[in-house]
Design a protein around this ligand. Structure first.
Ligand code: NAP
Ligand code: G4F
Length: 321
């Protein structure tokens, strides 16, 4: 039986990846940091099948112990301070976890299990103020936030461990991917949660920032398969994972409200509080390499994704009403 260690197991991607690997017959280990409150909502349905190991990306001793406990064939480093807006409020913490945390994890693997295949959760935020469109694996980076800069370090240190130590390390440059398990602070889930609350009479308005930014949005369930495919290849490499389509925040809002029979213009208020010090205006990925080399392509369309998230939030709130 193959063994995988996932950091960030309680997050959106960690939960879909754990499900995916359990279905493939893997023994799944999840690194989980201690929390004063329960934060297992995304994995409650599979938690009895996961072996949890206590640890934090900032504490290399805990990571060494986690790799020893799991003795993994594959390590998926998904843990991060992943919210771009907060990275300006906590720039040093973001750097410690999202940048240096990657080196901590790579060191733990290099010391304990150097032949394990390693996946690093890199991000299209590294393209930032984009230098070409669409963005592919060769597009130069121009990060626009402490988060983007931290991910860029994480990407390059992953490439460096491959080239310095001959380790099987891959960097997945994933464009935005969403789901009903997306954190409530990210724009897509903030919108679908608000649409459901407004529809059910629990909320009057939705306050948002920049509606003109464009994102290449896919479904998280499709994207975790790409992570796994990267680690099954003989040669480690870096891949852009995206849909090849881009949409504005406004388009997302329009479809979400329309699905419940409402006009978004009656409810959305722009609020300067949600504008960022620097914006990433346009992300559009070119997933040709992933398609050709991994045989990967997304299954869920943009409209299906919006509707899936709205319906899930309506159902959840109806059940708690
Ligand atoms: P997420 O839902 O925010 O999950 C982040 C996970 O990291 C959580 O399990 C969190 O644990 C854990 N974590 C945070 N700080 C930690 C620390 N110091 N030590 C150990 N664990 C820690 O993120 P996601 O959307 O699943 O994304 C997964 C990864 O992909 C992240 O690295 C993200 O930056 C990257 N990424 C995401 C996207 C996207 O669109 N979703 C795109 C590109 C790249 P707690 O539950 O304890 O907070
Ligand atoms: O949903 P967002 O917060 O995601 P963002 O910044 O694109 O980052 C996400 O995707 C990255 C991949 O490209 C990941 F690496 C990262 O970890 C994260 O998962 O914001 C999307 C857009 C931005 O342009 C933001 O300015 O939505 C705009 N926006 C407008 N109003 C808002 C809001 N974003 C949030 N979170 N909240 C608003 O009220």
């Amino acid at each position: 039986m193959k063994k995988a260690l996932i950091t960030g197991i309680t997050g959106q991607d960690g939960s879909y990846l754990a499900e995916f690997l359990l279905n493939k017959g893997y023994q799944v280990y999840g690194l989980k940091r201690r929390s004063a409150t329960v934060n297992n909502e995304n994995i409650r349905h599979i938690q009895d099948k996961i072996q949890f190991v206590s640890g934090d990306l900032q504490d290399v001793t805990s990571l060494i112990n986690a790799v020893k406990a799991a003795d993994p064939d594959e390590v998926y480093n998904l843990a991060a301070q992943s919210f771009v807006a907060d990275s300006w409020l906590q720039p040093i913490f973001t750097g410690q976890v999202t940048a240096l945390g990657v080196t901590n994890m790579l060191e733990a693997v290099r010391i304990v299990k150097p032949d394990a295949h390693f996946y690093q959760a890199s991000s299209s935020e590294m393209f930032g103020k984009v230098l070409e469109t669409p963005q592919n694996e060769l597009t130069p980076f121009y990060p626009r936030s402490p988060y983007g800069a931290s991910k860029m370090y994480g990407h390059w240190i992953t490439v460096n461990y491959r080239e310095s130590f001959n380790m099987h390390t891959c960097s997945g440059i994933l464009f935005n991917h969403e789901s009903p398990r997306r954190g409530i602070e990210f724009v897509t889930r903030k919108i679908t949660d608000a649409v459901a609350r407004i529809k059910l009479g629990l909320q009057d308005e939705l306050r948002l920032g920049n509606l003109d930014a464009k994102r290449d949005w896919g479904f998280a369930g499709d994207y975790v398969k790409a992570m796994w495919l990267m680690l099954q290849q003989n040669d480690p490499d870096d891949y852009v994972i995206a849909t090849g389509e881009t949409h504005t925040i406004k388009e997302f809002v329009e479809i979400a409200f329309k699905h419940v029979g409402l006009d978004w213009q009656d409810y959305v208020v722009q609020d300067s509080k949600f504008f960022r010090p620097a914006e990433v205006d346009l992300l559009l990925g070119d997933p040709a390499k992933a398609k050709n080399k991994l045989g990967w392509q997304p299954e869920v369309t943009f409209e299906q994704l919006v509707i899936m998230m709205v319906e899930s939030d309506v159902k959840r709130l109806e059940n708690t009403k």
